[in-house]
Design a protein. Structure first.
Ligand SMILES: Nc1ncnc2c1ncn2[C@@H]1O[C@H](COP(=O)(O)OP(=O)(O)O)[C@@H](O)[C@H]1O
Ligand SMILES: [Mg+2]
Length: 285
């Protein structure tokens, strides 16, 4: 029997997150693969680490567990390294630096002394370099939750102060793209769907922040960029967020664990099926 493991986060109750394993399981069943869904931390996982399954669709981001599983020879979708690089926005920036257009991004210095204020000369240098408004991002944020806009030096200082114990970075604000971006999904290195997201009430276009998705034409430039990024990061599946700039697209971020419910609904493309088929081709030929 063909057997797959789908691993999800230990705690999540988010309905959009729980849709992922449900849809994939359904599509695997169509292809004759029995998929078992386990939460990270499930007792049997601590013993077998996914061995005994043909592969694991890793829908969590736990980098210790993903690497432990790979060390035992389990093929993960996505691979552990790819998930790890996408999880951290500054690592993604580094990995794509010089190869793809991205808004300039500056890392925040590490802070081990919370009683000390964020150095003013650093904040002024960030403001001078990136201009205002500028974007402040938690390196490990998602669904728009860790992304902020600093419109004044005071806001910049307050945000930096609040975030100083968490890894974060500062990014040039692409004003032309305020409240909108293009989400492109790639499977097996091919761009298969695109959705324009627009939010009239917030600069963040995430559907979770009130953004509204609509089917978009997958133009050549967006497809090429997304496919090359997916290859550069070794991703089997991803959602690339592209910002609209004066000189074309720039890369906002790459989501190794992008939810596909929204883009499936808006575009009619069966993303889960495409991903399951890609995985089966890789594993069973
Ligand atoms: N540099 C930027 N310029 C303009 N808008 C941005 C910029 N960075 C992020 N955004 C907006 O904020 C949203 C969330 O940012 P993103 O980096 O994708 O984080 P998340 O992982 O939370 O989705 C993006 O989809 C985009 O609409
Ligand atoms: Mg995003």
């Amino acid at each position: 029997m063909k057997r797959a493991l789908i691993l999800i986060n230990a705690y999540t109750k988010n309905e959009r997150a729980l849709n992922q394993p449900r849809r994939l399981k359904e599509e695997f069943a169509r292809l004759g693969v029995h998929a078992e869904v386990l939460r990270n931390g499930a007792p049997e996982l601590l013993v077998n680490w996914g061995m005994g399954y043909d592969f694991c669709v890793f829908l969590d981001k736990d980098r210790t567990v993903s690497h432990l599983m790979e060390a035992r020879g389990v093929r993960l979708f996505n691979r552990a390294d790819a998930i790890e690089v996408c999880d951290d926005k500054t690592r993604t920036y580094l990995a794509l630096f010089g190869k793809f257009p991205m808004p300039e991004t500056l890392p925040a210095p590490l802070c081990y002394t919370p009683s000390e204020p964020v150095p003013e000369n650093f904040l002024w240098a960030v403001e001078k370099r990136l201009g205002l408004p500028l974007v402040v991002k938690e390196n490990y944020g998602s669904l728009g939750g860790g992304v902020y806009l600093a419109k004044t030096h005071g806001e910049l200082r307050a945000l930096a102060e609040n975030l100083k114990l968490k890894p974060h970075c500062f990014q040039r604000f692409v004003a032309e793209s305020a409240g909108r971006d293009l989400r492109v999904v790639t499977v097996g290195g091919r761009a298969i769907a695109a959705m324009k997201r627009q939010n009239v009430a917030d600069f963040r276009s995430n559907l979770e922040r009130g953004g509204v998705g609509e089917r978009a034409v997958l133009d050549g430039e967006a497809a090429r960029l997304s496919e090359e990024i997916s290859a550069a990061l070794g991703l089997d599946y991803c959602g690339v967020d592209l910002l609209f700039g004066r000189e074309g697209y720039s890369v906002c971020e790459v989501n190794s664990n992008a939810f596909f419910g929204g883009i499936e609904r808006v575009t009619g493309v069966n993303v889960a099926r495409a991903y399951a088929e890609h995985i089966c081709r890789e594993i069973y030929g």
